[in-house]
Design a binder for this molecule. Structure first.
Ligand SMILES: [Zn+2]
Length: 283
């Protein structure tokens, strides 16, 4: 199928009480595992590319890989920029053909966050690009958790933000963090309920790696329609390669250990799809 944006995908998830997984891909192998597994399980899927990944390879490289794989798949696939913090990054992704963007102004004050998000909505909407905004702060960065950064989303501010910006989805902070958790996080379901009652657009959960299946299910039940998974895929991919190389010092063909890494990534992808309930939705 040709690539799609995330608007319809997430609204369908919202009406049918499941969540679409957004998997961060770093390379061709991860994209192959993600799309192939989603296709086998008849799940819609979002391939997310972070701002850091766009420094590793170009937006058009990621786009070319995902587009080619999606054209062989029979489920809807979207390509999405994850946590773009500036307009030039969004523009680079748009020019390459990305179908969905996240503009993350959550480090800014409310007014500046509204302004940058509005700007992105203004130039993306005519091209039918979906736009995710973020309000509140999901803790952590890639490899560490800094709990001081946690700042829960205020439900009234969230409603105001969506009204002023016209984003198509909203990432909220209810106690999750990026990276690896030291302790199991406590999620603020009360805040999630309140946000859901005041905000109509699909809600997005970041920092889901390491949450229990039960926590994920509760979030989906309470109205989360997109869940981002990055750290767990990186861990699965790298651990599999490390183990393979530790056991076979003579191997030199990347295809050998990449196949093992892809299998490990596929297992995580399949498990998340099942927990989020997006399997079987695209038959
Ligand atoms: Zn995130």
């Amino acid at each position: 199928m040709p690539l799609v944006n995330t608007t319809k995908m997430l609204i369908e998830a919202q009406s049918n009480e499941y969540a679409v997984p957004a998997f961060n891909i770093e390379n061709m192998e991860m994209a192959m595992s993600v799309i192939d597994t989603a296709n086998k399980l008849a799940s819609p899927v979002i391939c997310a590319v972070s701002e850091n990944a766009l420094k590793y390879a170009s937006a058009s490289t990621y786009f070319g890989i995902v587009q080619a794989l999606a054209s062989d798949a029979s489920v809807p696939v979207a390509i999405h920029v994850d946590h773009a913090e500036s307009v030039p990054v969004v523009l680079r992704a748009l020019r390459a053909g990305f179908t969905s963007v996240m503009i993350d102004g959550s480090k800014l004050n409310f007014r500046d966050n509204v302004n940058i998000t509005q700007r992105v909505v203004d130039f993306c909407s005519p091209f039918h690009i979906s736009i995710e905004g973020e309000l509140g702060a999901v803790g952590g960065k890639i490899d560490y958790i800094d709990s001081d950064l946690l700042r829960y989303t205020n439900p009234d501010a969230a409603a105001d933000f969506v009204r002023q910006t016209n984003v198509t989805s909203l990432a909220i902070a209810i106690g999750t963090a990026h990276g690896i958790y030291k302790d199991m996080p406590k999620l603020d379901y009360g805040t999630l309920d309140l946000i859901r009652s005041k905000v109509e657009v699909p809600l997005v959960l970041h920092g889901a790696s390491g949450l229990s299946d039960e926590q994920l299910c509760t979030c989906v039940h309470k109205g989360i329609c997109k869940v981002n998974i990055a750290t767990e895929l990186r861990q699965a991919y790298t651990t599999a390669i490390r183990e393979y190389l530790d056991n076979d010092e003579k191997v030199y063909d990347p295809k050998k250990y990449s196949l093992v890494a892809m299998k490990a990534v596929s297992e995580v992808v399949a498990q998340k799809i099942q927990v989020l309930g997006s399997d079987g939705k695209c038959r």
